[in-house]
Design a protein around this ligand. Structure first.
Ligand code: GMT
Length: 378
C-alpha cells in the first residue's frame, strides 16, 4: 500500500513510534511517505520505498503565528495527489487530525476519498487536547477519522471518559524491535562511565514537568547514599536545569551525567542496571519498554498505561506517584541482590517480547486493509 505518515519529528514518544512504524512498513514492502516539518530523529536509514516530505511554512510580516496547520494540510493534499496515497495515518491528534480532515475535504471535491487513521498518543488527550482552547476541534477531528487507535487500554478509557467519541477506538499498543533493543556486550563503554563498577541508573525523556524529574534525582540520591552509583540523564527539555540544581543541592552532581539527545539509545541502555520513570502520567511509557527490551528492570510509577507494561515485582516495581521512598528502597534492594536483579532482567526482556514489532505491525496492517480495502487488494 502507499501510506502517508504524519508525526512530530522530535524526540517525543509519538514521533519515535510513528517513525519506527513507517520504517517497518517500508521493510514489508509498503511505500511510506513521512510528512512533517523536519526529518524525524529516528529516520536515519535509506530505503528505496521510504520518502520524506518537508512541510514548509512561509513566514510573512503579518503572521505572529505562521499557520503550520494550513501548510501541513496543503502538503498532505500535494503528496496524496502526486504519490497516489491510499491512506493517511496521523500520530498525535493536535493539529494532525484536523489538518488531515481538511486535506480529506479538499480531495473529496476532486472525487478522491482518502481514509484517515488517527493514533492517539497521550498528552493530545490527557493534557493539551482537554484544554478548552482545543477541545472542540480535537473532538470533531477525531470523530471524523475513518479509524481511531489508542496506544494503550488506559488511553482508550481516558479518551472515552473525556471526549464524546462516536466511533470504536482500537487499542494497538506501542511496540519495540527486540532484535535491535537487546543487551549488547559493550563493557568498554560501561567502563568509561562507571570505572569503579558503580551501578548505572538511567532516565530518558523530554524533561517535561509531567515526568517529575526531581523525583528521579531524589531516588538516585537515596541509592547513592547506599552504594556507588551513577545516573545518566538522556534527552533534554525544560526541567533539565532543575535536575542539575537539585543534584548539586543533594550532593550527587558529580555522579550525574547529562548525555543529551541520543540517536543510539539502544547502546546506552545496554549498560544500565535500572531505568527510572517517575511520571505523573504515561499513556504507555515507550521509553520504559525500550529499556525492558534491553534487559533493564524499570522502577516506575503505576499510572496510566505503565501498569500494562511494567509488572510490579516481576519486571521492576511500580509505585504511587511521588513515593520516592518506596522507589529508592526497591532500587537499592534490587541492586544489592545480583540473583534477583538477573531474574528481573530476564522477566523484563520476556515482557518486552510480548510487545515485539512482529506482533504489533500486523495489527496496523489489518486496520489499513479495513479502511482501504480496494488498495489492499491491488
Ligand atoms: O510526553 C511525552 O512523553 C511525549 C509524548 C509524545 O506524544 O511524543 O509521549 C506520549 O506518547 C508516547 C508514545 O505513544 C507514550 O509512550 C508516552 O507515554 C506518552 N506520554 C504521556 O502520556 C505523557
Amino acid at each position: 500500500m502507499r501510506i502517508g505518515i504524519v508525526c512530530y519529528p522530535t524526540f517525543g514518544g509519538s514521533g519515535v513510534l510513528a517513525t519506527e512504524l513507517g520504517k517497518a512498513l517500508a521493510q514489508e514492502g509498503h511505500a511510506v511517505h513521512f510528512i512533517t516539518y523536519q526529518q524525524p530523529v529516528r529516520l536515519t536509514e535509506f530505503l528505496p520505498n521510504l520518502f520524506y516530505h518537508e512541510v514548509q511554512v512561509p513566514t510573512y510580516p503579518l503572521f505572529d503565528f505562521p499557520p503550520y496547520e494550513t501548510a501541513l494540510a496543503s502538503t498532505m493534499v500535494d503528496v496524496i495527489r502526486n504519490h497516489e496515497l491510499d491512506l493517511l495515518h496521523v500520530h498525535y491528534a493536535i493539529p494532525h487530525a484536523s489538518a488531515a480532515y481538511m486535506a480529506k475535504q479538499i480531495l473529496q471535491t476532486e472525487g478522491k476519498n482518502i481514509p484517515v487513521i488517527t493514533t492517539l498518543h497521550g498528552t493530545d488527550i490527557t493534557l493539551v487536547g482537554r484544554d478548552k482552547t482545543y477541545e472542540p476541534v480535537v473532538t470533531f477531528s477525531i470523530n471524523q477519522s475513518d479509524a481511531i487507535t489508542a496506544v494503550s487500554e488506559n488511553l482508550r478509557q481516558e479518551t472515552l471518559n473525556h471526549f464524546r467519541i462516536e466511533k470504536p477506538i482500537h487499542v494497538i499498543q506501542n511496540f519495540v524491535d527486540t532484535s535491535r533493543f537487546r543487551r549488547k556486550p559493550i563493557d568498554a563503554f560501561r567502563q568509561v562511565l562507571a570505572p569503579k563498577g558503580e551501578k548505572i541508573l538511567i532516565h530518558a525523556s523530554n524533561f517535561r514537568r509531567i515526568k517529575r524529574i526531581p523525583d528521579v534525582v531524589r531516588i538516585f540520591a537515596g541509592v547513592r547514599a547506599a552504594m556507588p552509583a551513577k545516573l545518566l540523564f538522556i534527552g533534554d527539555g525544560p526541567e533539565r536545569s532543575t535536575a542539575e540544581e537539585l543534584s548539586r543541592e543533594l550532593g550527587v552532581f558529580d555522579c550525574v551525567r547529562f548525555v543529551g539527545k541520543q540517536d543510539q539509545i539502544e547502546d546506552i541502555l545496554s549498560i544500565a542496571d535500572l531505568f527510572l520513570l517517575t511520571s505523573e502520567y504515561e499513556s504507555f511509557g515507550l521509553a520504559a519498554l525500550e529499556a525492558m527490551a534491553a534487559g533493564v528492570p524499570v522502577i516506575s510509577t503505576n499510572v496510566g498505561g505503565l501498569a500494562e507494561i511494567n509488572l510490579d515485582g516481576e519486571t521492576g516495581y511500580a509505585c504511587a506517584v511521588g513515593d520516592i521512598e518506596s522507589m529508592s528502597r526497591h532500587a537499592i534492594d534490587l541492586l544489592k541482590d545480583p540473583a534477583q536483579l538477573e531474574r528481573f532482567r530476564k522477566a523484563a526482556r520476556i515482557q518486552a517480547a510480548r510487545f515485539d514489532i512482529q506482533h504489533i505491525l500486523p495489527q496496523y496492517e489489518a486496520l489499513y486493509r479495513m479502511v482501504a480495502p480496494a488498495a489492499a487488494d491491488q
